[in-house]
Design a protein. Structure first.
Length: 316
């Protein structure tokens, strides 16, 4: 009688919806500050590895609509849904997932993972977090050099920075700017209401070009930033192709489609038993230069032949 009761109890547990769903499907969370189109690249990467949504895979996507303060609650919501892994985009989303879900594996796309305290080292992350760094610390000098090549007559630039982001990309700019005769002034943006005043300040400074530093918040507000650059006729360089696609002038950065597709391999390994602590943090291997010719014409700029020859894509 006891054996029969135990058997029925185990059968009931195995047949419960939560148990069946847990056994039949992996659950992957996606957390970002704003809706990010690269989730489709991630989905493509998962499909290439043999995962099919609705048949063995569930992806629960959450974004904060640009409000960083909402991320912790959204991370908690994903935790209550029982995620096997959570993918995070940007430092704010990653910190929220780390704090709200301390025992859930997190695969991030962020910058300066060691400096931001996300991992112990890139080679041996330790803890429950690993992933990919979107940018190297010195890429801001490459943006400065490219903008200077595009605007050889310019004498003053500004750099737009999300005020709570890491200072690593800012640090090299004053020295490099001084060495090439194009000083750079940093303008911090603390809230969504600061974008217009930031561009107005750049105009008052008589800036002739802008470097928009890497930030998940800036990416989420890319159309607004691009529109303001057009309104104030301020040539700007951005972190990757999503900005020129939205009407920005020029970008140099990692191939984000490839990066987010590769992110799926981290999730795959964790779903198959690997520990984030043992998966090294990677950096991009492929970078691309994208130029929007229509925007250049609107700004009455002639694109240097040297840049056109090196461009991976020219948007007509």
């Amino acid at each position: 009688m006891r054996r029969r009761t135990l058997f029925l109890a185990c059968a009931a547990l195995a047949a419960s919806p939560a148990r069946a769903q847990r056994r039949e499907a992996f659950r992957v969370g996606w957390l970002s500050v704003t809706a990010n189109p690269q989730i489709e690249s991630f989905r493509a990467g998962m499909r290439a590895l043999g995962y099919t949504e609705g048949n063995g895979l569930v992806i629960e996507a959450r974004d904060a609509g640009g409000d960083v303060a909402k991320l912790h609650a959204l991370a908690g919501e994903l935790g209550r849904l029982g995620m096997d892994v959570v993918v995070t985009v940007g430092i704010y989303a990653t910190q929220a997932a780390r704090d709200a879900l301390p025992s859930t594996p997190v695969v991030f796309v962020s910058n300066d993972s060691v400096g931001q305290g996300l991992v112990q080292s890139r080679a041996r992350p330790g803890g429950a977090l690993t992933g990919m760094e979107l940018m190297s610390d010195d890429i801001s000098t490459k943006w400065l050099e490219l903008l200077a090549e595009f605007l050889p007559q310019a004498t003053r630039f500004v750099a737009l920075r999300a005020a709570t982001s890491n200072l690593s990309q800012v640090a090299p700019l004053p020295g490099v700017g001084a060495s090439i005769g194009k000083p750079v002034t940093v303008i911090d943006v603390r809230a969504s209401d600061d974008y217009l005043p930031a561009f107005q300040a750049a105009v008052r400074m008589e800036a002739q070009g802008m470097i928009v530093l890497s930030s998940a918040v800036f990416h989420g507000h890319r159309q607004r930033i691009v529109d303001l650059a057009a309104r104030f006729r301020l040539p700007a360089i951005y972190e990757h192709r999503d900005f020129p696609t939205a009407g920005g002038l020029i970008s140099y950065g990692p191939d984000v489609r490839e990066l987010f597709t590769r992110l799926a391999s981290y999730v795959d390994r964790i779903l198959n038993g690997a520990k984030p602590a043992d998966l090294p943090v990677e950096r991009p291997t492929r970078f691309e230069l994208v130029i929007n010719l229509a925007t250049a014409k609107a700004l009455a700029l002639v694109v240097p032949p040297s840049l056109l020859a090196r461009a991976d894509e020219v948007i007509e």
